[in-house]
Design a binder for this molecule. Structure first.
Ligand code: GLN
Length: 542
């Protein structure tokens, strides 16, 4: 059977949850035993989001092969088992880069190099490359970033139009649009949806399915109207109402309306009966929590919804596993704030010097008051600097990322990183094997000796301080296999204080939480009962 393709576009406004919707469709197909692969196109000129500020872009999601990718790949991971690698995300920058490199090599043999056909050919080649991955997918879901009508997404839309023309029996187009409710008029408005379908038609794309984001369910009358005006069969018009409680409700919501039946019918896919039992079980835990845990996240980009997407999701997964709800309190580490009263604290990854003081303060407070602490990447570096300063008495110990002249560079750059001039894609990136020390918290939590986790950082623990730190009670419980880089640090005399140099949050799923997050949350809950921790000072002075 030939590979099938589903193209997902978005109209009217951004932030409709296109990535989440595409991932939900992927999940529904998998529940029928249909193997899928997902691909995201991003219409911006950066080669990848790795050099972008989190305020601009949100989280950078890292794959095993070290690609720095769009955060939608995080949704793909959490909802599906799609292979994820550098084949799963391409930007306009990458597409043009490939075409221009070929032009410089003289591969175009004197031809004029143009958006059509050269850029569109490159886009189509990426779609085919995604289909040729192992294990072989039966369906490739291709999400086009941006909103229909943007100048920069035009080459992608033209490419998928051509692709469908060339593989007409194997493709469908799903368009996600918005049906706003106008309070003053007391009405749902279909005109923006009509316009965006019209823009697509003018490019030669007629959607097979329209998914209408809305606050209230659409009446039959409204669906009839949308169907007629947008030239989409009535049974292809679905609503995607705002979910009440959790983003993990979306697949079930679409399934209940028969979306996956419709997709299978249009693509002549023969899967088994959908089995959504693990998804339903997980949703039951979310919708009927038995208790609550409060976690403080102390970071630098807390005001930005998406900057710590995977971290926040992984915390939710830990709470789902424990059968409780979670309140996540976000603290900006460079602002005075009362951070007291949480059951545990997490310090996520970050770059640069801003906000270190607040993070050091929370690490110290957790260490001295037996409050659970989980440090991710920078969060581990913070935990180590705090320990060096306040336990070893090295008052000026620091990371050379912040203080190049510190007398105690306890976190410093690897020599191979020192001569790097280009910033993009030059960190220690992707999956590395890590060996765990038997008898440690890390070994107990993971339940195995060898693990693989993903990295994205430039600085490392400086091993010349290892012995001094161990003498004072810190244990380096994870080390790079066949190497001596410190990957995990913990304090055995503390109930749960652990930092990792990698990013476990990238490998957590709602029905299969990452062991570190699961154990961290469970410990916070266990300790909560008998807690007698001192409150934090009213404000942290930075
Ligand atoms: N800035 C630190 C480094 O480069 C930590 C990076 C991170 O937290 N992802 O090592």
């Amino acid at each position: 059977m030939s590979t099938k393709y589903i193209f997902v576009t978005g109209g009217v406004v951004s932030s409709l949850g296109k990535g989440l919707t595409a991932a939900s469709i992927g999940q529904l197909l998998e529940s029928r035993g249909i193997p899928i692969a997902m691909l995201k196109f991003d219409p911006y000129l950066n080669i990848d989001p790795g050099t972008m500020n989190p305020f601009q872009h949100g989280e950078v999601y890292v794959t095993d092969d070290g690609a720095e990718t769009d955060l939608d790949l995080g949704h793909y991971y959490r909802y599906t088992h799609s292979p994820l690698s550098r084949l799963s995300n391409a930007t306009t920058g990458q597409i043009y880069d490939a075409v221009i490199k070929r032009e410089r090599r003289g591969d175009y043999l004197g031809k004029t190099v143009q958006v059509i056909p050269h850029v569109t050919d490159e886009i189509k080649a990426r779609i085919l490359a995604c289909a040729q991955q192992e294990p072989t997918p039966q369906v490739v879901l291709v999400e086009i970033g941006g909103t229909v009508g943007d100048i920069e997404s035009l080459p992608f839309l033209e490419a998928i139009r051509q692709f469908r023309y060339e593989h007409s029996k194997d493709c469908i187009n799903i368009h996600l649009t918005f049906v706003p409710y106008l309070k003053a008029a007391g009405e749902l408005k279909t005109k923006p949806t009509q316009y965006s379908a019209q823009v697509l038609r003018s490019i030669g794309i007629i959607p097979d399915i329209l998914l209408c984001r809305c606050e209230q369910a659409l009446s039959e009358e409204i669906k009839d109207k949308i169907s007629l005006f947008c030239n989409v069969p009535r049974e292809g018009v679905f609503d995607e109402q705002d979910v009440a409680c959790s983003i993990y409700e979306v697949p079930m919501q679409l399934h209940r309306q028969g979306l996956d039946d419709m997709v299978c019918k249009l693509l002549h896919l023969q899967g088994k009966e959908p089995d959504l039992s693990h998804w339903e079980k997980m949703l039951k835990n979310i919708l009927h929590p038995q208790g609550k845990v409060v976690i403080g996240v102390v970071g630098k980009y807390m005001d930005h919804q998406d900057a710590y997407k995977s971290v926040l999701e992984a915390l939710h997964h830990g709470a789902i596993a424990a059968g409780v709800s979670i309140e996540i309190r976000r603290f900006e580490s460079d602002r005075n704030a009362d951070m007291s009263g949480c059951d545990g604290y997490l310090v996520p990854g970050g770059f640069g010097g801003r906000g270190w003081e607040g993070k050091l303060a929370i690490a110290k407070h957790c260490r001295t008051h037996n409050i659970p602490y989980l440090g991710l990447c920078l969060g581990m570096q913070v935990m180590i600097v705090e320990f060096a300063r306040n336990v070893l008495g090295l008052e000026l110990a620091h990371s050379t990322e912040v203080d190049l002249n510190t007398p105690d560079p306890i976190i410093s750059m690897l020599s191979e990183q020192k001569n790097i001039q280009n910033l993009g894609g030059t960190m220690r990136l992707g999956a590395y094997p890590c060996e765990l020390k038997p008898g440690t918290l890390a070994a107990e939590v993971y339940g195995k000796r060898l693990i693989s986790e993903r990295h994205r950082h430039r600085y490392e623990f400086n091993n010349s301080y290892k012995k001094a730190m161990e003498d004072k009670g810190m244990v380096f419980s994870g080390t790079l296999e066949h190497g001596n880089l410190c990957e995990i640090a913990e304090i055995p005399s503390h109930p749960w204080m652990l930092g990792v140099q990698f990013h476990p949050e990238f490998k957590s799923r709602p029905f299969d939480p990452h062991p570190l997050f699961r154990d961290f949350i469970q410990t916070c809950l266990n300790l909560k009962k008998g807690k007698s921790w001192g409150a934090l000072p009213q404000s942290i002075t930075v």
